[in-house]
Design a protein around this ligand. Structure first.
Ligand code: SF4
Ligand code: SF4
Length: 104
């Protein structure tokens, strides 16, 4: 099974505490705070892990650079996409691409 689906299934089977621990570990590895696209507003609101949490609602609009492809989580989760803060989570982008044929 591809990594992303495997991780999703794994998370769903864990109890709440274990799930929180796994997410906290991903959160620690996230490179978003050092990214040129990440804003002061996003830092103040501790927004990160957009690949999992989905896009930033009000803090990030302009895309500059995306560090996601070099982040260890990208490989660990078998992600295909990037710019999650502006384009949506991996799950959302897969849906848009695979079901609706939307290309960013
Ligand atoms: S892939 Fe991107 S959004 Fe996901 S943890 Fe890494 S830097 Fe953060
Ligand atoms: S999702 Fe990508 S573009 Fe957005 S802040 Fe994180 S590393 Fe930067």
């Amino acid at each position: 099974m591809p990594k992303f689906e495997e991780l999703g299934r794994d998370l769903a089977e864990r109890d709440r505490n274990e799930r929180m621990r796994m997410i906290a570990s991903l959160n620690l590895q996230c490179r978003c705070p050092g990214c040129p696209t990440h804003t002061e507003c996003a830092k103040r609101n501790q927004e990160k892990l957009f690949c999992f949490n989905g896009k930033s609602f009000i803090c990030i609009e302009a895309e500059r650079e995306c560090l996601c492809p070099d982040c260890p989580v990208h490989d660990e989760m078998g992600l295909r996409y990037a710019f999650f803060c502006t384009r949506g989570s991996e799950k959302a982008q897969r849906y848009e691409h695979d079901v609706w044929g939307i290309q960013h």
